[in-house]
Design a protein around this ligand. Structure first.
Ligand code: CP3
Length: 343
């Protein structure tokens, strides 16, 4: 049977006349209907753990824009919470977690296979969406990559330079490596369960990969991703994996081959012409429109969306942003972007 879903065709290596389109953080605060549902849930985490409402916010951008892919509404920090870390969101500031600083802190976490009871609501959201999404929409699960999740667990919050994680890597490499190993195993478990519940594609967000240099990039960005991809492919060889090593720079080149990922998502910093030659030769790529253009809109948005789409038109490509859409984006600009790409 011929694959009908554009996104699955691109991930399978097909060059398409019009690329599939979706947006990072497409369910979010720029949409009035999201803000309304979030208020109904009470707060962000209550929304993540309410399968009916989480499915509803996942569907909202699909109804409004007809994107080619939906991503389950959840957060990369639910996994550390499932491992026993405390997690809360400070209004206007971002996530806070209980910190991992010593082997004793690490020893208090649960084993990788103990996450499923806590994450059962996410699997239920996946099951609802697998039923309710339009048949042409590809359905994605996701997780944070071990390094990025570790940076939040060690610092207890987001940090500009991931300083505390780099410090632990230097000062107590045994403890640091044990945390990465635990996260690698737990992430594999988590994504396998999302696929079992109905996810057709999974994406790994390594938002802070760019602060790993040289051998550390190989050890903590590439190796854990490779192990997770291998663990998924051993059970589900046909489920595509998208890797997003944000701000990897020249290390985007060869990343798909080194990890076994089917597609590499590109950030806003990477030059599209370069990436078409250096990265897309190995398979499908996704990205790299600057999300700020969805705030400013106008001719700049149209021109840039076309420039990015044209740069990658010679190979398998998924149109997307280089990072998440921001709360101050204008929903009308998303329509403008879609018209520019789809014609
Ligand atoms: O639509 C989607 O993309 C699916 C849902 C999704 C969210 N977070 C929802 C969310 C996804 C895929 C993520 C991934 C995520 N979460 C990442 C990796 C991608 C990236 O942005 O680099 C990271 C680092 C996180 C951790 C996180 N979650 C932070 C740092 C914050 C606070 C910053 C912010 O934007 O407010 C969040 C909160 C968060 N996750 C929101 C959403 C919609 C906003 C929460 C709200 O509604 O108040």
């Amino acid at each position: 049977m011929r694959e009908e879903k554009l996104m699955m065709r691109a991930l399978g290596g097909e060059t398409l006349p019009v690329p599939p389109v979706w947006m990072m953080r497409q369910a979010g605060r720029y949409l009035p209907e999201y803000r309304e549902t979030r208020a109904k849930a009470g707060d962000f985490l209550s929304l993540c753990y309410n399968p009916e409402l989480a499915a509803e916010v996942t569907l909202q951008p699909i109804r409004r824009y007809g994107f080619d892919a939906a991503i389950v509404f959840a957060d990369i920090l639910l996994l550390p919470q499932a491992l026993g870390a405390e997690l809360w969101f400070e209004t206007g500031e971002g996530p806070r977690l209980s910190q991992i600083r010593t082997k004793a802190d690490l020893a208090r976490l649960k084993p990788a296979d103990a996450i499923h009871e806590h994450l059962a609501p996410v699997y239920e959201t996946v099951r609802i969406l697998a039923e309710e999404l339009p048949r042409e929409t590809t359905f994605m699960g996701f997780a944070g990559a071990p390094w990025t999740v570790a940076t939040y667990m060690i610092a207890g919050r987001g940090t500009p330079d991931q300083g505390p994680a780099h410090a632990l890597m230097q000062q107590d490499p045994t403890c640091f490596d044990a945390l990465i190993d635990l996260l690698t195993a737990a992430t594999t478990e988590y994504l396998l369960a999302q696929i079992k519940a109905g996810a057709e594609v999974v994406k790994l967000f390594d938002s802070w990969a760019g602060s790993l240099k040289g051998a550390a990039f190989d050890k903590y960005a590439i190796a854990p991703t490779r192990r997770i991809v291998a663990g998924l492919k051993a059970v589900y060889p046909d489920v595509p994996v998208i890797a997003f090593p944000r701000e990897a720079g020249t290390r985007f080149q060869g990343f798909a081959k080194a990890t076994g990922a089917d597609c590499v998502a590109l950030d806003t910093a990477v030059d599209a012409q370069w990436a078409a030659k250096a990265v897309q030769v190995d398979g499908c790529v996704q990205g790299n429109l600057d999300p700020r253009l969805l705030v400013s809109g106008g001719d700049d948005l149209v021109r840039e969306a076309r420039r990015v789409a044209d740069a990658f038109a010679g190979g398998p490509y998924i149109f997307n942003l280089g990072h998440g859409i921001t709360p101050d984006a204008d929903p009308a600009n998303v329509d403008l972007m879609l018209r520019a790409v789809r014609g």
